[in-house]
Design a protein. Sequence first.
Length: 325
Amino acid sequence: MREFVSQIQQVASTQRHVLIVGEYGTGKCRTARLIHNLDPEGERPFQIIRCHTQKAEDIYTILSDYALAPITRPKSINSLILDPRKLGTLFLEGLNFLPESLQYELLKIQSWDSSQKTSESLQNDSIKNPGKKIRLIISIDLKWNSLQRDSQTIQTLLQPLQPHLLLQPALRERKEDIPALMETILRSEIKPRYDIGCKRFSPRTYYYCISYSWPGNIPQLRNAVEHACLVSNDWIEPEDLPLSIQRHLIRTRNEKNESFYAAEKQLIINVFTESDSTQEAADRLGISLDVLNKKLKEYQLMDKKLFILYQSQIFIAESKPEILS
């Protein structure tokens, strides 16, 4: 995560456009705001266009407020000339949710390139600092390999802009951030909303949350913290988490245990059949004779003949299953 923050700081110090690619709910909007706030000219306005909910008419209305001059042309988004004094950063959240025709219009706005000035903009005396330009930040709710495979149109449209690529890591890829995120959600969102008293996460709860994969990323974590906070006492325990998360963790733990026991059983079988005595097998396994006898009893393998029979049955079952049926 430190490397990702370092990339944000580097790109914020430039005037380059930015493309943020990541799964839904990984915090791309926060990243866009951070880039804007770290910009030396970050005092200029920051505008979000939520592409998954807003229509073409809504987008045109929003952008027209930042236009350089009164609009006299037909309502066409790519005909707008935006004033860099009125707008510092435009964040297109979820560009891939828009129709391709609308994506084309947005990315062809001339204001994205300060070197391309129309005669209308050059004649306008209100532009006192032509070196300023509006930073465009685009987020796409995809994995990068999916973008390469499925979004050729977006890549073609972005090519003239040459945006700096930021790969937003999923929550499961930065598990070290989960405890701090849980505390922030509890302190800044849940407590003020419900006016609850002092509640704290137990160490076991942190462990459970770090162990979970969070396919829904930060929104899922936020919902889990809210649920646990509302049903818990002063200490928030793993049992207060949503049942879906508890069941997944239990199922995962059981699967790991089953895999371990199967591997251990097979190791004992292999070592025991190659040894001349139980003591030799225990020595080769690095355990005491008592421990080995307990494991032989646990796996119902108390006699070397049973081992041989057991292996024979495995061989027969694999090669000629009809014999055992």
